[in-house]
Ligand binder design. Structure first.
Ligand code: GLV
Ligand code: MN
Ligand code: MN
Length: 403
């Protein structure tokens, strides 16, 4: 069965327009107006094809063709980071929809269903893979009020406002009948582009730990306070940035650490800041090494703070383990790629993905297509159309053998 490649590209282009930052990449946060428009777009296709569409209380969506037992999930996300790219997540979602439509157009039964995981990026509430964490029980009802946006508004308040959270709707949908979960995604790194690969088959998804560190010093006048004797939280932050980078480099084993977000209080050119709060995202494919790096970063932040006479508080914002995917799926996908004479490789994923959250509960696997110049989470994120179409056809071929 052949997918309709042009239809896939047209969908992706239409969805690219649903952004809060026109002309500056795609910003489509979960539960925002743009997210609502993307959901409506999916609902229109589902309606046209007679697929059933269900949304649970945290905003995860399930789209199921008539008669499908929902044994096999094809899933990804539709939310983005701020000023992100047009393919991260939504490519896998529209590919899943394309696969379901191809089955329907060909009059062939499938037990597959499409799942759209809510709030994968953690752009709103600081924790990645929020929807799939609720689906797998890692997050429970009490986390609806523990997770808060930057203004301190709870996830529950957002869900009520969107109308997803209601007494008669399950917190998270029941996936007990599922025996396979798949996701197609852009690689988001440089390996496939550099090595001219067509298909990536994912071995292990990196584990990640996110810390929020706050240095609180003594706010004061920028002109009237001599350099000696200051308790400057910004200087502590400056030292910490380089120390954290060095800690990750010295750890080796592919460990990465990123400070992607910082806020300075009160934020005036003539005021020594009283506090600086920042996040550190630490990842590797080995939980032991990730854990040691996290501990080293904690110690190093405390030591810098003590030496500079500032307070240091550290909060664990999110964590997830490194997850190896099903050996059987990897072998089956590799055999299919060989058969189709595709240039492929089995590789790890430094980016996290919802399907990894499902892997402890069901057989799971992922397919990658190349990212041009390895760019992602930026407006320049892109993939050649041929690669996008090839990835979806590969997913189609694998699913049709499986369901
Ligand atoms: C999700 O995109 C992540 O890897 O942070
Ligand atoms: Mn993604
Ligand atoms: Mn992402």
């Amino acid at each position: 069965m052949e997918i309709n490649g042009q239809r896939l590209i047209d969908d992706l282009r239409a969805l690219r327009e649903m952004t809060a930052t026109p002309g500056n990449g795609v910003t489509r946060f979960s539960y925002s107006e743009e997210d609502g428009r993307a959901r409506d777009y999916l609902a229109r296709i589902a309606d046209q094809y007679g697929f059933a569409m269900e949304t649970d209380a945290v905003g995860n969506i399930c789209i199921r063709p008539p008669g499908s037992k929902g044994r096999l999930i094809i899933g990804s996300h539709i939310d983005t980071v701020r000023n992100g790219g047009w393919l991260d997540g939504i490519y896998g979602v529209m590919s899943g929809m394309e696969v379901l439509r191809t089955f329907a157009d060909s009059g062939v039964h499938t037990d597959a269903m499409l799942v759209i995981y809510a709030e994968e990026e953690g752009s709103g509430f600081g924790s990645t893979m929020t929807g799939s964490k609720f689906l797998t029980g890692k997050y429970k009802a009490e986390d609806l009020t523990a997770l808060k946006d930057e203004e301190g508004r709870t996830l529950l308040a957002h869900l009520k406002e969107c109308g997803y959270y209601r007494e008669d709707v399950p917190l998270a949908m029941d996936l007990s009948g599922v025996d396979c979960a798949l996701e197609l995604h852009i690689e988001q790194g440089p390996v496939m582009d550099r090595e001219h690969l067509q298909i990536g088959i994912v071995d292990t998804v990196f584990g990640m730990h996110v810390l929020e560190i706050e240095f609180s010093g003594l706010g004061n006048h920028a002109g009237a306070s001599p350099m000696i004797g200051r308790r400057d939280s910004m200087s502590a932050f400056g030292e910490a940035i380089l120390a954290i980078e060095k800690t990750a480099i010295d750890a080796g084993h592919g460990v990465v650490a990123t400070i992607g977000k910082a806020s300075v209080s009160p934020g005036g050119s003539n005021v020594i800041p009283d506090s600086v709060r920042f996040t550190v995202d630490i990842r590797s494919n080995d939980d032991g090494i990730t854990g040691e790096t996290v501990e080293q970063i904690r110690r190093c932040a405390m030591e810098i703070a003590e030496r500079r006479g500032v307070e240091c508080t550290i909060r664990d914002v999110a964590d997830s383990s490194a997850i190896p995917f099903s050996r059987r799926i990897i072998e089956e996908m590799a055999a299919l790629a060989e058969e189709q004479k595709l240039v492929y490789r089995v590789m790890d994923s430094g980016a996290v993905h919802d399907t990894a959250m499902l892997a402890p509960f069901t057989e799971a696997g992922m397919i990658f297509v190349p990212s041009i110049n390895g760019r992602s989470h930026v407006p320049e994120e892109n993939t050649n159309e041929d690669d996008l179409i090839r990835g979806t056809q590969f997913l189609m071929d694998y699913v049709s053998r499986k369901s």
